[in-house]
Write a protein that binds this ligand. Structure first.
Ligand code: AMP
Length: 454
């Protein structure tokens, strides 16, 4: 499937997608959307960052958009379940964006805040509810919502729900669903319990498996440098000009981050271009063509954008930020070491990204060794994070404001970490590796926080 135009979506949705700047469906979208439009159940094995929100949101919006049904108090037509409130909010923002030209109403409901407004919206009548399981069950018990009119049901990040202890809640919700409905079930991994749950829910599902491509990670020389966030840009510039780097890809977690890093590198006289989902397909193609033709030395990319990058002779991959999903790391470093060549992957890891590093090492089965080079020490009383190479303050150097962070889409449902708060750790702190006990307690803390969020 080449473009969204080839999909049988109603025009208000196509218009919204164009406005979002999407032209080509991602693999999970190309596989899920036609099945969803045909009314089939879907079992999707895909992680966050693959574009799976649009993969389930677009068929639902299309179905409801064609019917343009009246709302009925307390009885929505579509329900999306997500494990955390952050993810639920981001999914609802996606529904609002893709459905902006449709007369459909949605509400997002989650715990940790008063239920009054959420209950009122449901009583007033909505088409689509995006919910975390705990709050939904609360409202169901109080008879503030009924699920008997549902036409579409989505479970997102089922494995994470299970990790967070929501399996009983999920089963209770599934019992309250009408028999006739379309269900779309997504999970990044498919352990036995999840497969069993999916089997209970789904009727002759279409299977969509977007597992990251396998890479021979042993062919790639992988290293890590511990650095505070504020040390990363100068360090990256130093590494890129060290002499052994040919063409390179730098990965950031967000589109905004990709722009900021590329801008910094250009100011440091390094030939760098950002590539991410905010650029039009044509602009992305132009950047990619220039990179292929060796007219650009460094691409600064987000995970989704990297999927189309199939270029030989990339000598280095730099992880400016570690990905929240360990599989994405394998996918990223697979951009180098192609066609039997050896490649080098260097990850810049700040204190709050150490849990991600631990997850990655668990997945690849070995420890990533330190590179040996180190960042410049932080100035004692650093006035601000935002110095450009020329010494000028730059807004884009700073982490986004709290509100912007909340609105941003690229960080959905992530563990708390580098994406959400500025790392201020000293370089000494950054060098010490956590003990197994510290890693375990950090994991427990994250788990508890996720429960609190819910
Ligand atoms: P998701 O996996 O749904 O969290 O999506 C990851 C990011 O990719 C989001 O920021 C989306 O806005 C973006 N995105 C989703 N589909 C596409 C597409 N077909 N083209 C470009 N960007 C997309």
């Amino acid at each position: 499937m080449d473009t969204f135009d080839a999909l049988d979506l109603i025009s208000p949705i196509k218009k919204a997608i164009r406005e979002e700047g999407y032209t080509t469906p991602s693999p999970v979208q190309a596989a899920t959307i036609p099945a969803g439009l045909a009314g089939r159940d879907v079992l999707g094995c895909a992680q966050t960052g693959t574009g799976k929100t649009a993969a389930f949101a677009l068929p639902i919006l299309d179905l409801l958009g064609r019917q343009a049904p009246k709302t009925v108090s307390k009885r929505p037509l579509a329900l999306v379940l997500a494990p955390t409130r952050e993810l639920a909010i981001q999914i609802s923002e996606s529904f609002a964006a893709y459905g902006r030209h449709l007369p459909l109403k949605e509400v997002v409901i989650y715990g940790g805040v008063g239920q009054g407004r959420q209950a009122k919206a449901i009583a007033d009548g909505v088409h689509i509810v995006i919910a975390t399981p705990g709050r939904l069950i609360d409202l169901m018990q109080q008879e503030l919502i009924y699920l008997n009119r549902l036409q579409c049901f989505v479970v997102d990040e089922a494995d994470r729900m299970m990790d967070m202890g929501f399996l009983p809640d999920l089963k209770r919700i599934m019992k309250a669903l009408p028999v006739r409905k379309q269900s779309l079930f997504f999970s990044a991994t498919m352990p036995k319990k999840i497969v069993q749950l999916a089997e209970q829910l789904l009727h002759r599902p279409v299977s969509v498996d977007i597992t990251p491509e396998k890479t021979n990670v042993e062919l790639i020389d992988q290293r890590v440098i511990f650095a505070a966030f504020r040390q990363k840009k100068p360090l990256l510039a130093k590494l890129l000009t060290a002499g052994d780097v040919g063409q390179a890809i730098v990965f950031t977690r967000t589109r905004r981050g990709a722009n900021a890093v590329a801008e910094y590198l250009r100011k440091a006289k390094i030939d760098a271009q950002p590539i991410h989902g905010n650029l039009s397909q044509n602009a992305r193609q132009r950047v990619l063509d220039a990179f292929r033709a060796d007219k650009v030395q460094v691409l600064v990319a987000t995970d989704l954008a990297s999927r189309g990058i199939d270029v030989d002779n990339i000598s280095h991959v730099f992880n400016f930020e570690l990905p929240a999903e360990a599989e994405a790391y394998v996918h990223r470093i697979g951009r180098t070491g192609r066609a039997g060549a050896r490649g080098i992957a260097i990850s810049l890891c700040s204190e709050d990204e150490r849990p991600y590093l631990a997850d990655i090492e668990k997945l690849i089965g070995f420890e990533i060794l330190p590179d040996g080079r180190e960042p410049e020490p932080l100035p004692k009383a650093a006035p601000s994070a935002g110095k450009t190479p020329g010494g000028k303050e730059s807004q884009s150097e700073n982490r986004p404001s709290k509100n912007r962070r909340r609105r941003r889409k690229g960080s959905r449902g992530r563990k708390p970490g580098a994406d959400d708060k500025q790392t201020e750790s000293s370089s000494d702190d950054a060098k010490r590796r956590p003990t197994a006990a510290e890693r375990k307690s950090a994991r427990n803390r994250r788990r508890r926080k996720r429960k609190d969020d819910e």
